[in-house]
Design a protein around this ligand. Sequence first.
Ligand code: IPM
Ligand code: MG
Length: 359
Amino acid sequence: MTDVKKIAVLGGDGIGPEVVGEAIKVMKKTEELFGLKFEFEHGLFGGIAIDEKGTPLPQETLDICQRADAVLLGAVGGPKWDNNSKELRPETGLLGIRKALGLFSNIRPATVFDCLMDASTLKPEVLEGTDLIVVRELTGGIYFGEKFRRDGEHGQEAVDTCVYNVSEVERIVRQAFEIAQKRSKRLASVDKANVLETSRLWREVVNRIAPEYPDVELEHVLVDNCAMQLLRRPSSFDVIVTENMFGDILSDEAAMLTGSIGMLSSASLGEGSFGLYEPVHGSAPDIAGQGISNPIATILSVALMYRLTFGYEEAAQAIENAVKSVLDAGHRTGDIAVDKSKALGTEAMGERIVAALSK
Ligand code: IPM
Ligand code: MG
């Protein structure tokens, strides 16, 4: 009997539901081609959940995720909720779901597709061969440390604390070493050890663990220097591991190397095989509902899900090959099109990818 995998689907806000819709079509086609079987359960999340349930992460949604094998997420947020108090912001739901599901590791690949090189703002000779992964710590650091306001000598002060303990650093660093072992065996650990105590602890842990992975070449890079090197020599990076906020910033920078944030997938993982998969881009409220968003990042997130949660490597590669062949044939959504007048809509792009899927 086919093993049925449960997928929690959280479309979210803006273009989220439409890009997720195309990703599900791709999943359904792979069911036919590869004999896979999925059961989809939809949940409210983000702004829409605030509107309908009064909280960005309703308990029912968390329950759906907890009984699933993997979560497919669209995007959250929009101007409608931007001025809400912290508890009623979509982003709070995102941080909450990461923490509640124990997803401490965020994997963001940035691969430059040769045929899209002209979509990047950088020169092709700098980009050539760029294929890197940012492994970002996701449930610690300044995002989750104590935050408060107080009255200081010069009026009101705000405090955000950055805390990391040894085991939090260890588990993410080990995972990054393991990912590097399966790739080009180069790991850049990014910190600010010349200033921050959390970074000094981070570096100590990395140096202690490194001898267990003798085949991986390790470099320590200060975060400011890394931001610079990413633009100067992006192809020299393989796996970058870093703490939560540095990873937030560097993964956006790395995304732009590829020309379009509409192409980038991500996985958030915990200890086991369970994972949450989402495009790196946001909810793009400016183009929501127009049917012109790029579904590729979400479709590539499904490939990551197949590979990392289910071990469906053949189907994962089939999705990646289908995307590549559609791009090679010159099909583009507006965000990556040179000639915008020929751009495909979200559904048309999804259909082309489904049609290109083969075993
Ligand atoms: C991301 C986003 C989130 C983050 C925001 C929306 C809370 O920027 O996933 O990178 O900072 O982690
Ligand atoms: Mg971010």
